[in-house]
Design a binder for this molecule. Structure first.
Ligand code: AMP
Length: 160
């Protein structure tokens, strides 16, 4: 397997060298909207630590990405009035991976609506900006449950 390329497009987004429609960030993960969404609200969740994919990521970093992905999936159910979530994760070209920094796709789904083909259409910037705001707000408000008694707003999301 080739080694991690620090000039991949997601590494540039993580370093702030390229823009993104951010929905969530903490010390170990970063999440932003896919600019060619397969459905409205399609989000990508990345570890900040360099990892090409599941084959070289540390088990702890991957487990944490999955934890954050679950929280984003729950918030996306509310933010996009979804009926379900498709989660995808591709490894190496043969596995369908195109960008070689590990990422998990969270795709909100409506009953009966098929996903668009991968990378078929670039979404309009104002639509992405609005959707990112909506999802970030749902995450910040911890819409997947009430805070535990005495807990701060957002604490029931289980995120730091
Ligand atoms: P894959 O590597 O196959 O899991 O897919 C990479 C994904 O990244 C695709 O769904 C693309 O639409 C998406 N993508 C590519 N460039 C960008 C970008 N600059 N910002 C957000 N998403 C992107």
């Amino acid at each position: 397997m080739p080694s991690y390329d620090p000039n991949n497009i997601f590494a540039k987004i993580l370093r702030g060298e390229l823009p993104s429609y951010k929905v969530y960030e903490d010390d170990k993960t970063f999440a932003f909207l896919d600019i060619m969404p397969r459905a409205p609200g399609h989000t990508l969740v990345l570890p900040k630590a360099p990892a090409r994919n599941i084959l070289d990521v540390s088990a702890d970093d991957f487990a944490y990405v999955m934890k954050v992905s679950q929280k984003i999936a729950k918030a996306a159910m509310t933010a996009f009035e979804a009926d379900g979530i498709t989660m995808q994760q591709f490894n190496e070209g043969a596995g369908g991976q195109v960008v070689f920094h590990l990422h998990v796709h969270i795709i909100p789904r409506k009953a009966g609506l098929p996903m668009k083909p991968p990378a078929s259409e670039k979404e309009k910037p104002d639509v992405l900006a609005e959707q990112a705001k909506k999802l970030a707000a749902a995450l910040a408000g911890c819409t997947n449950g009430s805070p535990p008694s005495g807990g701060a707003a957002g604490s029931s999301c289980g995120l730091p």
